[in-house]
Every structure is written in structure tokens, then in C-alpha cells.
Ligand binder design. Structure first.
Ligand SMILES: [Zn+2]
Length: 246
């Protein structure tokens, strides 16, 4: 009885096609940097500035300890945080500013909600989000961004292709340090301190009232004590999956 089985298989395949037309499966790409040739290892620290304010606990710790970081800023955050931007610009050796979108709208070109945030919903809206983020950075006098990370760090595969065509690499990560800034200080510190050679850490620098920020500082200092080197994305060979960097 081979025929019915073959039919069942085809029915299953066509169902998969139908359901994907409704909600496109999203991807959360990973990113690693080339491991260090020698020494204790190196990691890339990436911090998102989605909106809101500046966690000066983190910013001060980075400056005092000379820890380089790649900061993903939105147009909204840039407008409200001129003092923090000035500190970052005063330390071009430490801070690389990259594109987190104009309005913190997920780069997903079909209408859906991700973590409760409404997606861009169309290719045009994804384009507008990416380009307005780059334009906001250009206005501050920063070098043109080379990396993009969308709000929620989730993408539809077609949005990834569009963003790559615009010339941006897409910044995934390999260690979710602060769970969207919602974790406690202890767990955040534990996750960051566990980073290994070649890891890319994501955390947030825009939630000064959250306990997670304290954990970010503790975790980074623990890595520094271990002799770990910190590099920015523009100083490392980032290797992402899902076609995000190649
Ligand atoms: Zn964000």
C-alpha cells in the first residue's frame, strides 16, 4: 500500500506551505567572532539602546575599565540621550555606534507581533526602519553604520535578504546576557561571565532602573579579571548564520 502513504506525504507538504503563508517562521540569527589565536580569548560586547534612557552604571564601567563595545542605537534613543552620545563620541576608541532602526520596529515584513511588538509588516516598512536608523546616526556625525540589528533580534528570511542588499551585516549574538533586560543581576552576571572565546554577547544599556544592568557590569568585570579581551564588531570577523554576514 504505497500510494496512500505518498498521498499523505503530499497533503502534509501542502499543509506546511499553506500555514507558512500565514505566519512566516522567524529566525533569530547567531553571531560569533573569530576566536583569539592565543591568550585568554576574546568576546564582542554588543549593547542595545532601544529607547528610553541610559544605564550610566554600564556606560561608566565601560569607560573606567576601557572595555570596548558596539552600541546598537535607535533614532528614538539618539534623540533623548544626547549626553550619553557625547560620552560615547568622546571615546571613539571604545564605542562603535551601529543601527538598531529608526523606531524600534521588528524587521519582519509580514504583519505579526513579536514579544508583543508589532512588526514592520511590509517590505517598504522594513526598508524605512533600516534607512531611518542609519539616517539618525548620520545626523550625529557618526561614521556610516555597517551593522544592523532589528528590534527583538528576530527577522523574516526575506527581510534579512533585503537588509543585506542595503549593504548591512546583521548582528545576531551567541550569548543572551540579560534576557531583554528582564533578568536579575545575579543571573545576568552568571551568563556574561560564562562567555567563551569567540562569543558575541547581547545586553541592554537603556534600562537604568533594571537590576540586570548591575549584573552586566559584574559579568564584564569577571571576564576582564579572567584576562578576556573585548573587541568591537568592526574590529572582528563576525560570522553569522542564516545569510546574515556572508
Ligand atoms: Zn532593542
Amino acid at each position: 500500500m504505497r500510494l496512500p502513504q505518498k498521498h499523505l506525504c503530499m497533503i502534509a507538504m501542502s499543509l506546511a506551505v499553506v500555514s507558512s503563508a500565514h505566519a512566516v517562521p522567524l529566525v533569530e540569527p547567531t553571531l560569533h567572532i573569530k576566536p583569539a589565536a592565543s591568550g585568554a580569548g576574546r568576546v564582542a560586547l554588543t549593547l542595545d539602546a532601544c529607547g528610553g534612557q541610559t544605564d550610566t552604571r554600564i556606560l561608566s564601567a565601560l569607560v573606567e575599565n576601557k572595555i570596548p563595545a558596539t552600541i546598537f542605537v535607535t533614532g528614538i534613543w539618539l534623540k533623548r540621550n544626547a549626553a550619553a552620545v557625547a560620552i560615547m563620541r568622546a571615546h571613539p576608541d571604545l564605542f562603535e555606534l551601529e543601527n538598531h532602526g529608526g523606531h524600534h520596529i521588528p524587521a519582519v515584513d509580514t504583519p505579526q507581533k513579536i514579544y508583543g511588538i508589532r512588526s514592520a509588516g511590509s517590505p517598504e516598512a522594513v526598508l524605512a526602519e533600516v534607512e531611518s536608523g542609519a539616517a539618525a546616526l548620520a545626523k550625529t556625525g557618526e561614521p556610516a553604520p555597517k551593522w544592523f540589528r532589528g528590534a527583538t533580534a528576530e527577522y523574516s528570511p526575506s527581510a534579512i535578504a533585503m537588509i543585506r542588499k542595503l549593504g548591512f551585516k546583521i548582528a545576531g549574538f551567541s550569548i543572551n546576557g540579560d534576557g531583554g533586560s528582564l533578568l536579575g543581576a545575579k543571573e545576568t552576571a552568571r551568563r556574561i561571565a560564562a562567555a567563551k572565546d569567540g562569543d558575541v554577547i547581547i545586553s541592554h544599556i537603556n534600562q537604568p532602573t533594571h537590576a540586570a544592568g548591575e549584573g552586566v557590569v559584574q559579568g564584564l568585570l569577571a571576564l576582564k579579571d579572567k584576562g578576556m579581551t573585548f573587541v568591537r564588531l568592526d574590529d572582528a570577523d563576525g560570522m553569522g548564520n542564516n545569510g546574515t554576514t556572508d
